[in-house]
Design a protein. Structure first.
Lengths: 292, 273
């Protein structure tokens, strides 16, 4: 149980709460409100009720964005989870030589800016200078202009996100595996458990907390995907068929000057992110408690 | 468990083949940056008749990329130090004191960890215009600092509650106040946690694109945004583009390599503390 508040308490807490209030709490509440207004960013916002949300329902760009968000999400989430789990099991395995170096390689995509991840994959997937097409050719496949072709460009976003984010999922699973009790594992071997049973009944239950963090954080990460689409827009054209909600917000603010509309989409994105986080946040609080 | 020789060879082969696949993108980036354009188009992996040049690096630095790198350093250093200082104090406040609505405030803090940057950008742009903070380094530093607070407070508080109360009580008997106890007793003990938070936050700020391009004009962009100036979707100059990319990742990679242990702790902090 902590002590009663005194003057020092306020000195300790005040700077944090001023910053949080000015730059996060006030703006987010303001965003919710502005979502009900028509506003170009310069004149006074006009209250229009649910107008922006109605516009959204009939806006093809909005539905393209939602569709892209969903498509990316559905492919990305299982793959990034499995990749992380696989790498973590390998890196946890004492039989593997040079685990520190391998760990570094897994983290490579995660420590660099996503714009550079984008540059890297633009190069790898390039129709002329790209090694991906070269490998496909060697195996007798048909080379393609992956990024320039509208039907495949979205895979650039998925593969870039995977390379960048599997470092995170691996790290979280690795931390979860640290608690793995070697004796329990040995006992299960003596009891005659095969590798699959060992994984299913000993390792998996242990990884449940890590799995919740991985699935939640990866969902949030991919819902917010923006940088790789911006990378594609660098230069001469804006690939609107690749738009996602986070990109649409940017587009409505800076290209269309529809700040009220942008705020409405931002509200929606925030609500979606919260819905995906509830499970994890509840668990964080249960585990850590809120009282010191 | 018994480990057979065959098992050992197989698992190492699998691990290292995957490792090399993960490394290929970095090799591609470096190779393309040090070879002339004609050789990149013929395939950077093609080593017959290879020439190496630093021309691309000279060109992008002369085109102003060095400025972007300095901007990144400035923003990332201050947006790391400031929030840690402030978050540490608040985290200690949460650890050492009881107060009404503490639970509610703490829950709010935990919840706003996940807020997307896009959720605040519209009002922030107006605020920045009104307060003349648009295109100012201190503006973006303050925003990054605010966004760092929820998770850093949570992370540091989880570390602080593991510190035995004896230290605190002994210091109190010696006549130290709460602020003195925080700076002279708690903070030094918590140094490993502070370094973890610092490394994660530094790399995170270095990577940021969204706040950079919305709150700053191109001349003040950090290098994460600066590299996009060299992108061309249909006519890429690979040499310059990849040289800019390499220059943009040197600092975070060096920081990661030197601080690997702390970085891992910081990243997995959500579940391990």
């Amino acid at each position: 149980m902590g002590r009663r508040v005194n003057k020092d308490f306020f000195i300790l807490m005040t700077p944090a709460f001023i910053l949080l209030f000015i730059f996060i709490i006030y703006p987010i509440l303001n965003t919710f409100y502005l979502g009900f207004t028509k506003w170009d960013g310069f004149t006074n916002p006009q209250f229009v009720g649910l107008e922006n949300y109605k516009t959204m329902m009939n806006d093809p760009l909005f539905w393209t964005s939602v569709k892209n968000n969903l498509f990316i999400f559905i492919i990305f989430l299982p793959l990034v989870t499995l990749l992380g789990l696989g790498f973590a099991l390998l890196l946890h395995n004492k039989a593997v030589v040079g685990r520190n170096v391998l760990r570094g390689l897994v983290m490579l995509g995660m420590v660099m800016p996503l714009t550079v991840v984008g540059i890297v994959w633009m190069l790898l997937l390039d129709p002329y200078s790209g090694i991906v097409n070269k490998i496909i050719e060697i195996f007798g496949g048909q080379p393609r202009a992956w990024i320039q072709d509208p039907s495949t460009a979205i895979y650039f976003i998925i593969i870039g996100s995977l390379w960048a984010w599997q470092g995170f999922t691996t790290t979280v699973f690795l931390a979860g595996l640290e608690g793995l009790d070697v004796e329990v594992l040995e006992a299960s071997v003596i009891d005659g458990a095969n590798p699959w049973q060992r994984f299913r009944y000993v390792i998996l239950p242990l990884l449940k907390p890590a799995l919740i963090v991985v699935v939640t954080m990866s969902s949030i990460y991919i819902l917010k995907v923006f940088d790789l689409i911006y990378v594609l827009s660098g230069g001469e054209s804006i690939p609107m068929y690749l738009s996602v909600l986070a990109y649409m917000i940017y587009y409505e603010i800076f290209y269309m000057l529809k700040w009220g509309y942008a705020a409405a989409i931002a509200t929606l994105l925030t609500v979606a992110v919260f819905l995906f986080s509830i499970g994890m946040l509840k668990r964080m609080i249960e585990e850590r408690g809120v009282e010191a | 468990m018994k480990v057979t020789r065959r098992y050992k060879i197989t698992i190492n082969a699998v691990a290292w083949i995957l490792g090399i696949i993960l490394l290929i993108p970095l090799i591609a980036l470096i190779m393309a940056s040090i070879r002339p354009f004609s050789e990149i188009v013929a395939g950077w992996w093609n080593l017959s008749n290879a020439h190496f040049t630093l021309e691309n690096y000279r060109t992008v630095l002369a085109a102003g990329l060095w400025r972007n790198i300095l901007n990144s350093l400035l923003i990332a250093v201050f947006a790391t130090i400031l929030p840690i200082l402030i978050a540490g104090m608040a985290a200690y406040g949460f650890t050492a004191f009881s107060f009404p609505i503490k639970t509610m405030i703490f829950l709010t803090l935990v919840a706003i960890q996940v807020i997307p940057q896009q959720a605040v950008i519209v009002p922030l742009l107006k605020l920045f215009r009104d307060l003349h903070m648009y295109n100012q380094f201190y503006g973006i530093i303050l925003v990054h600092s605010a966004f760092a607070l929820p998770w850093t407070i949570f992370f540091l508080r989880n570390f602080f509650i593991s510190i035995p109360k004896d230290y605190e009580e002994a210091a109190r008997i010696d006549g130290l106040g709460d602020i003195g106890i925080y700076f002279r007793i708690i903070l030094p003990i918590a140094m490993p946690a502070v370094i973890s938070v610092a490394v994660v936050q530094f790399i995170f700020v270095w990577q940021d694109l969204f706040f950079a391009i919305t709150l700053l004009r191109p001349e003040k962009w950090p290098v994460s945004a600066g590299v996009t100036r060299f992108i061309s979707r249909y006519n890429p100059n690979w040499g310059q583009l990849t040289a800019a990319g390499v220059l943009a990742i040197i600092v975070p990679i060096v920081v990661y390599v030197l601080m690997q242990k702390y970085y891992m702790k910081g990243v997995s902090g959500g579940i391990k503390g």
